[in-house]
Unconditional design. Sequence first.
Length: 220
Amino acid sequence: MEHRIALVFGATGLVGNLLLEELVNTGKYSLIRIFVRQSAGITSDGIEEVITDFTNPLNFSSKLSGDDLYICLGTTIKKAGSVANMEKIDRDLPVLIAGQAKVNGISRIAVVSSIGADSGSKNYYLRIKGEMEEGILKSGINKIVIAKPSMLLGDRKERRVGEIAGKIVMKTVSPLLAGKLLKFRAIHGRDVARAMIVLLNRDTDKKIFESDELKKAAKE
């Protein structure tokens, strides 16, 4: 096992939870530190849980030290209650974390965004994700991986009715998507997680990866 430390935000979500499993399976980290709002009940050796309210990076900045930072934060308008609250969670928080990570000397970061993310989009979700991407790219961190998955497949701990319906449709439509449309095929959360790890270790200056690229990387 290498003496490396991985830092994970969003470890209780679909991609984040699978990412945690994959990080453990790699055997490359002597410590995996997860930042959560409330205890996730994870007591495995090599995993340290940091409980924080996230309202101020200074609350957890002393623990934000290590080698590789993974951010899988995200919410829904229903849970957030408003677009303004979504902006705080999906856009502002990842950028604040990245900024503090840069100050603390972390040089590698992988972040989950979304297909279609664009700061100029009229869709509030895609705009927020696009603005988050821009903030991460301006963070000054040397190695950046922005994962832009399409519809995510996998079991969530929370029930999202609209997403369930979308998955049913995507499973039917995905096989028909080819060529330039490959990036719109649904992708399993585990493939996104694996790809984040692979791409963070790949020697390339490329920073943004679409869903089809993530699926290929997950097979390496």
